[in-house]
Ligand binder design. Structure first.
Ligand code: UD1
Length: 413
């Protein structure tokens, strides 16, 4: 990509990856066909449907609608290779157990951004009576004695909250989740389960109640828009002194991101489900960005904000509190001329006037997006290798950016 072009124009935001993935898992609970409207064409969605097909489901795309039929769901052994590709496949455990009362999975390994254990998922499922045996990294889960119950999360894990909600949806009685995660995608999962005939209440708060029902039926559903993809595009406009109008967003979900970009001098306004950002010529540093579970600042936007702060006037301080290793892109940014010091969970960014284009490599999804943002404002040409990481969560990001005036192309080596 060639840096320096101003991002300008209007773009429609797709459905959220982190809403679609658990919803795809939850569709295993339905007796009948589920259609997800405006489903994003991203690698993680394809990886998830690949796993569902191995379990006996059928999936079909029609335009950007994705339909799943699970009438032949029979296999409770999750495929090792695909399962390792996509960590969020862990929350298939809940629905498969809820439906088939048995599940076998390989313990997912660590990943680029941190260790990501699954103890909270397992503890939650055990509280519902699932017997889990770990034999050499393979988890044999027996859910024949599953029953509704009380689950307390030591930490509000997004995936564990979703897993337990799904496991409980078909259990007799009321399951109560305490200290649940409150992300908007959890509210969307509640809406989806309820649209299938389920009885879930409280999502978006720390206390969620799932009243089990006998069966759930098929449904056509439109998941919420992607606040992280939206935030990344706002950053693209911010970092190039541009102006962008995002259609199909939920402004309330973008409050933490908008607040930081506002601190940096961007003018942000809302018009219904549209959001407009106008960037100043030079951004100001923000005082302190701390990632937190929702409604705090989302960790999935931290790498992009760090990239933006690299060219802001002054010193920005970032504290990553959710994952252990989420500064993977900093080495590359430094090569591009950024001045960033990392110490444990803190990064201190001393803004510079200009970055310069380089050949750099993405090491994870959001870190990769951060490098693209750096490339958009850098002087000269930037090549971001390993673009497949970025494809996990952004549908043809290069096309979206080109339509907004950037000079980006995909090169196949
Ligand atoms: C989800 C999102 C991811 C986002 C994250 C935090 C999806 C598909 N992914 O991931 O994009 O970055 O929420 O907002 O929705 N933890 C444990 N034990 C567990 C589970 C988690 O210690 O059993 C720790 C993790 O290592 C991490 C923290 O809790 O440090 C947060 O993880 P969690 O909220 O579970 O994130 P995910 O559901 O994996």
């Amino acid at each position: 990509m060639l840096g320096g072009e101003r991002i300008e124009g209007s773009v429609r935001v797709d459905a959220a990856k982190n809403a679609v993935l658990p919803i795809l898992a939850a569709s295993m609970l339905a007796d009948g066909e589920v259609t997800l409207r405006r489903c994003p064409d991203i690698r993680d969605v394809h990886a998830m449907t690949g796993i569902l097909e191995k379990l006996g489901c059928e999936s079909a795309w029609q335009g950007d609608d994705l339909t799943l039929k699970n009438t032949r769901l029979h296999n409770w052994e999750m495929p090792d290779d695909l399962f390792k590709q996509i960590r969020s496949s862990i929350f298939l455990l809940g629905p498969i157990l809820g439906r088939l009362r048995r599940a076998t999975v390989t313990y997912p390994g660590g990943c680029e951004i941190g260790l990501r254990p699954i103890d909270l998922h397992l503890k939650g499922l055990r509280a519902l009576g699932v017997r889990i045996v770990d034999a050499d990294g393979i988890l044999y889960c027996d859910g024949r004695d599953m029953r509704a119950g009380d689950v307390y999360f030591d930490y509000p894990s997004v995936g564990a909250t979703e897993n337990v909600m799904m496991a409980a949806a078909l259990l007799d009685g009321v399951t109560t989740l305490h200290n649940a995660a409150r992300e908007p995608e959890i509210e969307d999962l509640e809406r989806f389960i309820n649209r299938m005939g389920g009885k879930v209440r409280g999502a978006g708060t720390q206390l969620i109640e799932v009243e089990g029902v006998k069966r759930l039926h098929g449904v056509a559903y439109t998941p919420i828009p992607d606040r992280i993809a939206a935030g990344t595009l706002l950053c693209a406009a911010a970092v190039t002194g541009g102006e962008i109008r995002l259609e199909n967003v939920r402004p309330v979900d973008l409050v933490p991101i908008g607040a930081k970009l506002g601190e940096m001098g961007c003018r942000i306004s809302e018009e219904g489900d549209a959001m407009i950002l106008e960037a100043p010529k030079r951004l100001n540093a923000f005082t302190r960005l701390q990632t937190q579970p929702h409604p705090g600042f989302p960790t999935d936007m931290q790498p992009q904000m760090l990239a933006v702060s690299c060219i802001a006037k002054g010193t920005s301080v970032i504290e990553e509190n959710v994952f252990e290793n989420r500064f993977t892109q900093v080495g590359s940014l430094t090569q591009m001329g950024a001045n960033v010091r990392v110490s444990g969970r803190m990064a201190v960014v001393q803004g510079v006037e200009q970055l310069h284009g380089m050949r750099v490599a993405a090491r994870d999804l959001r870190g990769g997006a951060a490098l693209v943002l750096a490339g958009l404002c850098a002087h000269g040409e930037t090549v971001v290798e390993n673009a497949e990481f970025i494809d996990r969560g952004y549908a043809r990001l290069e096309d979206t950016l080109c339509a907004l005036g950037a000079k980006v192309e995909r090169v196949t080596i």
